[in-house]
Design a protein around this ligand. Structure first.
Ligand SMILES: Nc1nc2c(c(=O)[nH]1)N[C@H]1C(S)=C(S)[C@@H](COP(=O)(O)O)O[C@H]1N2
Ligand SMILES: [Mo]
Length: 411
């Protein structure tokens, strides 16, 4: 794995500097302990049954695009909702803060799992219908995967990492491999693509090449240790690891095996692509972003900070993340936390002593197949009036002003 672990003793030497108060001004000498708390949280039946976070923690999702009142609209429809990446730790997004993507707005269907069915038909030997109970009896897998909306792109007007990058999240998904179900149905030789459809008629339908369908797609009923949440596709959704968000059909009810690419409601943006090369084009990334410190945050003082961020790629596992603390002149290997999973967010860290001068922080990821995240100038030639057509996985610079305020530095 391309990561370099920081030398432990080197870090402890740094730690000595921290204790000396030179670099971490806020650390106080230890005199006495905190008094016992004088307020307590009263247990309720609800808190016994299903916990909640501290009322001191206020991290929240926002409607996207930022500033819009799109979600919920006056009728209760949802559009896209962005996750507060600036507050994230580790690599799993809690289900309650997972971003939500609904194509051009929709009501979240309230599906009774006992009545829900998943049908396989088209170019198959045996058309099949599965109940949720049927699916739960089959061999399952549990894997962390990100979902990212292809519209997740940084714009100059974005003021936080939530606005620029909040339409990606990573959950631990549990379900049945799509290949298990397709083999059960028996794909005919002519079956080269599948069309996966949710319960919203044409919405949430996507054409996916058979190679991908047979590889690592997941028909998921579990998310972060419990049932998939309604906003994320309860009771059943498709996970197409590494592909643009729109392929991950929620409320999955139908898989049709077909002989060619089928145009669907979601094909806006994909229409001009050659179906033979579509599969690669639909892959996300490689991408990364520093979540701390990020735009909108404030560094209280010069001194030690652990820079922390997320990296991911549709091409596989993240192999390497580099961080620059001088606007891209020098790049340093960041530490990758734990195991980098395929098509999953990967947390990276880099230890930094801020000297109080204005500078720019950047991160760059490389995935296991050698794809390197591009600089913004490298993709700029493809810009149109809306920025980059299709995805924009370019490097995000954050400017640290000399007063410690952090700003979006893209132009
Ligand atoms: N049925 C259905 N599936 C859907 C959509 C939808 O509107 N309906 N939106 C897609 C889009 S645009 C995205 S980005 C992802 C978002 O998945 P999430 O809401 O779990 O984050 O779901 C996709 N699957
Ligand atoms: Mo999306």
């Amino acid at each position: 794995m391309g990561s370099t672990r920081p030398d432990r003793r080197g870090f402890l030497k740094g730690g000595a500097a921290l204790a000396g108060g030179l670099t971490l001004g806020a650390t106080e000498p230890a005199f006495g302990q905190l008094p016992n708390p004088d307020t307590y949280i009263k247990g309720t039946d609800d808190l016994v049954a299903y916990g909640s976070r501290s009322h001191h923690v206020t991290s929240a999702r926002i409607a996207h695009p930022p500033g819009s009142q799109a979600s919920p609209d006056a009728f209760g429809k949802l559009f896209h909702i962005a996750s507060p990446l600036q507050d994230s730790v580790g690599m799993i997004t809690p289900s309650s803060l997972h971003f939500v993507g609904t194509t051009r707005g929709s009501f979240v269907p309230d599906i009774n799992p006992r009545e829900h069915r998943l049908m396989f038909h088209g170019l198959v030997d045996r058309p099949l219908v599965f109940t949720m109970e049927d699916l739960r009896r089959l061999p399952s897998v549990t894997r962390p995967h990100f979902v990212e909306c292809a519209g997740n792109r940084s714009r100059t007007q974005h003021k936080t990492v939530q606005e620029s990058h909040g339409m990606t999240s990573c959950a631990e998904w549990t379900g049945v491999l799509l290949s298990t179900l397709l083999k059960e149905a028996g794909v005919k030789d002519a079956g080269k693509w599948i069309v996966a459809e949710g319960v919203e008629e044409v919405k949430g339908a996507s054409s996916i090449p058979m190679e991908k369908a047979m590889d690592d797609c997941l028909v998921a009923y579990g998310m972060n240790g419990e049932a998939v949440r309604p906003q994320n596709g309860f009771p059943l959704r498709l996970l197409v690891p590494g592909f643009e968000g729109i392929f991950n059909s929620k409320y999955l009810r139908r898989i049709k095996v077909v002989d060619r690419y089928y145009m669907t409601y979601n094909d806006f943006g994909h229409l001009t692509r050659d179906p033979d090369t579509a599969a690669l084009g639909y892959q996300i990334g490689p991408k990364s972003v520093i979540t701390f410190p990020s735009a909108g945050q404030q560094l209280p003082d010069r001194g030690f900070y652990e820079i922390s961020g997320l990296a991911w790629s549709g091409g596989g596992a993240v192999a390497r993340v580099e961080v620059s603390t001088d606007g891209g002149r020098r790049w340093n290997d960041a530490e990758i936390q734990g195991t980098a999973h395929r098509m999953a967010h990967t947390r990276f860290r880099y230890q930094w002593n801020w000297d109080g001068q204005e500078t720019e922080l950047l991160s760059r990821s490389t995935d296991e197949i050698g794809q390197v995240q591009p600089m913004r100038d490298q993709v700029r030639e493809h810009f149109n009036s809306r920025g980059v057509p299709g995805q924009d996985n370019s490097i995000q610079p954050w400017r640290i002003a000399s007063d410690g305020s952090v700003h979006n530095a893209i132009t």
